[in-house]
Ligand binder design. Structure first.
Ligand code: MGD
Ligand code: MGD
Ligand code: MO
Length: 764
């Protein structure tokens, strides 16, 4: 039987229905679906009232993705999936102490992730005593003294680990890292370690800043937009609006992806629909159906075509860059045969894309997890840097790099200090601002935290949001790791599997969500967030919290600091009486935050300094943008094996499962599915719905996951796709990207085996 720690789908396997994948995104069904989600969870009036506040200047930042808001906003500045995220937070607080008294951990862990999320918001702090089978209510003060005592009684601050997910506001994240560092450790892993760490490292090393260099307005001036390894129709739907507008202004779009993702093929804007404009736009001019992991080869091919066309900006290269000749040499010595074989894209298609690229005066490259979660995640992003740098496509209008961030404030959290490997300059400034000595030794990232827990080196594990167990690789190893910890603490809004697989003792501290009113001593507060393009702006919730016992994240951190730190030069409680005080402290502890309180009050916020974008300045050791050389990774896995990527469906937000459909891909009613090339299925003699077991292979380790249903799909031969988090038990803990240490969630070497049914097997 599958361990209760693994993600579960509801038992109805017969519910799987496979339809023709959709080519259009966000048309009538999208509007209807968002409405239905809203209605079922919030009621009609609340839905309309709430959605009208999303992403408005005086409203709250959408808790969905980090895509920026336009200067001139419409009344409804949200997308279908943003609406789902809002509706999902606005649920009643049914997960009460009485609920926990009724249901044991054991019983709850048999439920599917979809069912756990549907239970609603958590209403009160709860405590799982050592050896107990049920959570019980606890007062906030008592909870803090348990954590404070545990933190004070360990032999070293480095025996505690503090995780952060990416919804945490700048104020909460800043205060949290200040507390963690004042306590004495840099053990600050975050979801970014599994997400855009490769982008941060890849860009940081080459252009001197680990962030993108474009603004939303650049999309209006682009000649060409590359969308690489990203599914915006589902994960960043409002990006499609920017792409549509770019297209109207004459831009071309090239979609580089093993799957023909909906929305890039054809797109209807829901707002257009409301205005009864039923015309749709074909967004992508060219789809390069690259094999999983084939991008490095493909980009080398594209660089070859640019050299052939002479699309090289020599004065930019001479003045602003270094390493060009070595990069050209490495490309010249890579034969076309290898490029075509490894990428799976024909020479003709690469030439066609190359011609568009060569004639573009302003190119933007966008990417997401299809590039970052690979063994060569950093290297492949640096190949994209090579491609754009050679024609000077950075720091000029309509051109630049656009890593499209995931969680709505993941970029802001990093900016304000959630980072296990801070630079000396960052720490110097922080030390001066806080007036506290800070630890210098780097801490654990996500993968190293799991290993440290497995090795018995962690006594306290504190999570500011997220779902560590289900989001991390190697679910069984992570479950074992968590059980090895003395005390685990989760600051959460909704129930998830990380509450059910815990340390010997555990606490759940329920917090306010982004959409809710946050009242402190001085009155109602707002917080600030940074979007994917470095714009910092305010966000203020307005809904009534579903329970009077919920606290804000900044308040939780301040209370924890008060209980834990014996002496401190900071008056933590005063800081949270009025968040302006936190922002004043941020101004003195972070660079680029001058006049912070004033500037975040301007209607659309302000842009953080971005030297490559602002003045083509590159803060690398030699002050130049760097061309880099990367060997192509070995992509041949042998004829018996497949390469599998793990993806998001249209009905989930990371580990939060809203529903069982992946409408654009035509998959309905079931999530434990494997997308497979139809010819590969025929070769194995398999039909739609065939039950298979998957084995993943990494070095000498084999991981096994049984009972998956096959779905034939337009995916390159030899490639497979499954959903995250169901497939995370197959992601090897130590299969990570070079330099960024990001788990290779898009490169899992697998074999498939027909499932043999045992006589008393339960259906799942
Ligand atoms: N509704 C919704 N929105 C979300 C999220 C959510 O779960 N739901 N999650 C948020 C978060 S945290 C993040 S990080 C983003 C994630 O946004 P995405 O990165 O779009 O998410 P994934 O589903 O992981 O999709 C990865 C895409 O990369 C492609 N891909 C996989 N391997 C390769 C490869 O080797 N090469 C190329 N070229 N392409 C490849 C896949 O086919 C897929 O289209 O979305 C954010 N927004
Ligand atoms: N196999 C595989 N694994 C992956 C990925 C993949 O593509 N494939 N993607 C990776 C990526 S890109 C990411 S970003 C990570 C995501 O990893 P996480 O950020 O850890 O996971 P989420 O599912 O976003 O976390 C959801 C939980 O956050 C809590 N929550 C929601 N809102 C709030 C809030 O406002 N405050 C607090 N305190 N808690 C809140 C709720 O309790 C909810 O259950 O997963 C990674 N894991
Ligand atoms: Mo992410």
């Amino acid at each position: 039987m599958r361990p209760p720690s693994q993600a579960r789908t509801p038992p109805d396997v017969n519910g799987l229905k496979v339809k023709k994948p959709k080519k259009k995104a966000a048309g009538i069904p999208a509007v209807v679906s968002s409405t239905v989600h809203g209605f079922t969870k919030m009621g009609v009036n609340k839905t309309v009232k709430t959605l009208a506040l999303v992403n408005q200047n005086d409203g709250f930042d959408c808790p969905g993705c980090a895509w920026p808001d336009p200067e001139h906003r419409t009344t409804f500045e949200f997308c279908e999936n943003g609406a789902k995220a809002v509706a999902d937070e606005a649920m009643k607080a049914n997960v009460t102490p009485a609920f926990f008294a009724k249901h044991s951990i054991q019983e709850l862990s048999q439920r599917s992730d979809y069912e756990l999320n549907r239970l609603g918001r958590i209403s009160h702090p709860v405590h799982l005593k050592p050896g107990s089978s049920h959570y019980e209510a606890i007062e906030w003060s008592e909870a803090f003294s348990i954590i404070g005592n545990a933190l004070k009684s360990t032999s070293s601050p480095d025996r505690s680990v503090f995780y952060t997910s990416g919804r945490t506001s700048n104020e909460a994240a800043f205060l949290y890292q200040a507390f963690v560092r004042a306590y004495g450790t840099n053990n600050l892993p975050d979801c970014s370690n599994m997400c855009h760490e490769s982008s941060g490292k890849g860009l940081g090393q080459t252009i001197g800043i680990g962030k993108g260099t474009v603004t939303l307005d650049d999309f209006n001036h682009a000649d060409l937009i590359l969308v690489i390894g990203q599914n915006p129709g589902t994960n960043h739907p409002r990006m499609l609006t920017a792409l549509r507008d770019a297209k109207k202004n004459g831009a071309k779009i090239i979609h580089i992806n093993p799957l023909p993702e909906a929305g890039l093929v054809n797109f209807k804007h829901p707002q257009d629909y409301m205005k009864l404009d039923l015309r749709s736009t074909t967004l992508a001019d060219l789809h390069l159906q690259v094999r999983i992991g084939g991008d490095a080869a493909l980009v080398k091919g594209l660089i070859k075509t640019q050299l052939h066309h002479g699309a090289v900006d020599s004065s930019f290269i001479d003045e602003k860059t270094s390493g060009f000749e070595a990069m050209v040499e490495s490309v010249n010595t890579t034969p076309w045969e290898r490029i075509v074989a490894d990428s799976g894209v024909s020479r003709g298609q690469i030439d066609a894309a190359g011609a568009i690229l060569a004639s573009s005066t302003a190119t933007i490259a966008c990417w997401a997890m299809g590039l970052t979660q690979h063994r060569n995640g950093v290297g492949v992003i640096q190949e994209v840097v090579n491609l754009l740098l050679m024609n000077g496509h950075v720091g000029r209008k309509g051109a630049g790099f656009c890593p499209v961030r995931g969680h709505s404030n993941v970029q802001g959290d990093r900016t304000v200090g959630i980072w296990e490997a801070p630079s000396e300059a960052f720490l110097d400034r922080m030390e001066a601002g806080l007036g506290l000595p800070l630890p210098r030794e780097h801490g654990y990232d996500v993968v190293n935290s799991i290993q440290a827990m497995l090795d018995g080196k962690v006594d306290v594990f504190f999570c500011m949001g997220g779902n560590f167990l289900s989001a991390t690789p190697d679910t069984d190893a992570t479950a074992k790791a968590l059980r090895n910890v003395g005390l685990t603490v989760q600051v959460s809004t909704k129930l998830n599997r990380s509450h059910l697989v815990t340390g010997q003792e555990a606490l759940i501290l329920p917090c306010l969500g982004r959409t809710e009113r946050d009242v402190q001593v001085s009155g109602e507060q707002f917080v600030t967030v940074e979007n994917s393009m470095g714009i910092v702006h305010r966000s203020q919730g307005s809904l009534s919290p579903p329970s009077p016992h919920l606290k804000s994240e900044p308040w939780i951190v301040a209370s924890l600091a008060e209980t834990t730190l014996e002496t401190s030069s900071l008056d933590w409680k005063t800081l949270v009486e009025n968040y302006d005080a936190i922002r004043d402290l941020m101004e003195s502890s972070l660079s680029g935050f001058e006049q912070y309180n004033q500037r975040v009050r301007t209607p659309s916020g302000f842009a953080l300094p971005n030297p490559p974008r602002d003045e083509q300045a590159f803060e690398t050791p030699n002050k130049k943008a760097l061309f880099t050389v990367h060997e192509l990774p070995e992509v041949d896995v042998g004829s018996e094996r497949y390469v599998m990527m793990t993806l998001r469906s249209h009905d989930q937000y990371n580990t939060t499962i809203y529903g069982l459909h992946d409408r654009y891909r035509g998959i309905h009613g079931h999530r434990r599915v494997v997308l497979m090339n139809a010819e590969d299925m025929v070769e194995r003699g398999w039909k739609t719905g065939q039950l298979v077991d998957i084995r993943s292979h990494y070095e000498h380790e084999v991981r096994h996951a049984s009972r998956w249903r096959l779905v034939p799909y337009d995916i390159p031969r030899g490639n497979l796709a499954t959903y995250f988090p169901e497939a995370n038990s197959l992601v090897p803990l130590h299969s990570t990207a070079a330099v960024s240490n990001t788990p290779t969630s898009k490169w899992i070497v697998c074999s498939l085996h027909a499932h043999e049914r045992s006589s008393h097997e339960e259906e799942e």
